[in-house]
Design a protein around this ligand. Structure first.
Ligand code: URC
Length: 301
C-alpha cells in the first residue's frame, strides 16, 4: 500500500494581539486576531518525527506580539506582509507563509461631547480582514493580498423583488415585488499588487459596498452582489477580483389575519435558518494570475 504525506501547513491560530500606543495621554488601540501558517518541506516532522526544521507555533505567536511593539501596526496588510517575510527568513524549510489577520474596531467613548483619551467602546459595522500569502524569497518572492470584510450585516426594508424564478412541483415560494433584503456579508477582494494605500482602499471599498447595497434596486441577492462587485472593480484598479458569500437572512411576513389584523409589509419574523447562501466572484477579464492568493481557508490546505 503506497501512502504519502499530502498538503500540509502548520502555525499558530488566533493570537489576540492588542497594541496600545501611549506616547501621549491620548491613547490609540489596535486590536487584532493574528493567525500564521508555514508550508514547505516538512515531511520529516510528519513522517519520522524529526522536528529540526520546525519553527514552533509558539515562536510564531511570540513574533506577532514582539513585532506589535518593535515594528508597530500600521495597516493589517502591512503587518501581515512583514510577518510573512520574517517567517520565510526564519524558517529555511518553509516555501510559503500565510498570515491572516482580523481587526476589531474600537471608538472613543464620548464624554461631554468629546472622545475620551483612553476609554473605548467596541464599534463598527463589519470586521476588517486580510489574508497574506508569500511564496519564496528574494527575486522569487511573490506576495498575494486578499483583504475584505465579514459580518457586515445590512438590511433594506424595500427596494427588493424576487420573481420570475423557475418553478416545479415542489415550489411554494410566492413571487414578490416588495420584500426585505438582509444579509451578513462576507466580501474578500484580491489585490493586483502590493503597492497600495491599504487603509484608504479598505475605507473606500467598504463605503462603496454599502452605497451599492442601498441604491441597487434588487431583483435578487445575486444581482445585488454582482452590482456591488462590478462597482468595486470599476473604481478600484488595484483590485483584481472580489468574492462574496452572502446568507440571505429571510424575513417572512407574519400572517396576522387570524386576529383580523392587516399586515401590509410591516411585521416580519426574522428566520435564522435555513437560509439561502449566495456566493459569487466578480473578476476582471484580464486579472492577474491568483497564484496562492486564495490559499486562505483556515482548516484546509
Ligand atoms: O435573492 C434571492 N435569490 C435566490 O436564489 C432565492 N431563492 C429563494 O428562495 N429566495 C431567493 N432570493
Amino acid at each position: 500500500m503506497a501512502i504519502h504525506l499530502g498538503a500540509n501547513q502548520y502555525g499558530k491560530a488566533e493570537s489576540r494581539v492588542v497594541r496600545i500606543y501611549r506616547d501621549t495621554p491620548r491613547h490609540q488601540i489596535r486590536d487584532l486576531n493574528v493567525s500564521s501558517a508555514l508550508r514547505g518541506r516538512f515531511e520529516d516532522a510528519h513522517i519520522t518525527g524529526d522536528q529540526s526544521a520546525v519553527l514552533p507555533t509558539d515562536t510564531q505567536k511570540n513574533t506577532a506580539f514582539a513585532f506589535a511593539k518593535e515594528k508597530g501596526i500600521d495597516s493589517i496588510e502591512e503587518f501581515a506582509l512583514t510577518l510573512a517575510d520574517h517567517f520565510l527568513e526564519a524558517s529555511a524549510a518553509a516555501d510559503g507563509a500565510r498570515v491572516e489577520i482580523e481587526e476589531y474596531n474600537w471608538e472613543r467613548i464620548s464624554v461631554d461631547g468629546a472622545g475620551h483619551d483612553h476609554s473605548f467602546v467596541r464599534s463598527g459595522a463589519g470586521i476588517r480582514t486580510t489574508v497574506v500569502n508569500v511564496d519564496g524569497r528574494g527575486d522569487d518572492r511573490k506576495a498575494h493580498v486578499v483583504s475584505g470584510i465579514r459580518a457586515l450585516t445590512v438590511l433594506k426594508s424595500t427596494g427588493s423583488e424576487f420573481h420570475g424564478f423557475l418553478k416545479d412541483k415542489y415550489t411554494t415560494l410566492k413571487e414578490t415585488d416588495d420584500r426585505i433584503l438582509a444579509t451578513s456579508l462576507v466580501a474578500r477582494w484580491r489585490y493586483d499588487h502590493t503597492d497600495v494605500d491599504w487603509d484608504k482602499s479598505y475605507d473606500e471599498i467598504k463605503s462603496l459596498l454599502l452605497e451599492k447595497f442601498a441604491t441597487i434596486h434588487s431583483l435578487a441577492l445575486q444581482q445585488t452582489l454582482y452590482g456591488m462587485g462590478e462597482a468595486v472593480l470599476e473604481r478600484h484598479p488595484e483590485v483584481a477580483e472580489i468574492k462574496f458569500s452572502a446568507p440571505n437572512k429571510h424575513h417572512f411576513l407574519v400572517d396576522l389575519s387570524p386576529f383580523e389584523v392587516e399586515n401590509p409589509g410591516e411585521v416580519f419574523i426574522a428566520a435564522d435558518r435555513p437560509y439561502g447562501l449566495i456566493e459569487a466572484s466578480v473578476v476582471r477579464d484580464d486579472a492577474t494570475d491568483a497564484g496562492s492568493a486564495w490559499h486562505a481557508v483556515p482548516g484546509f490546505c
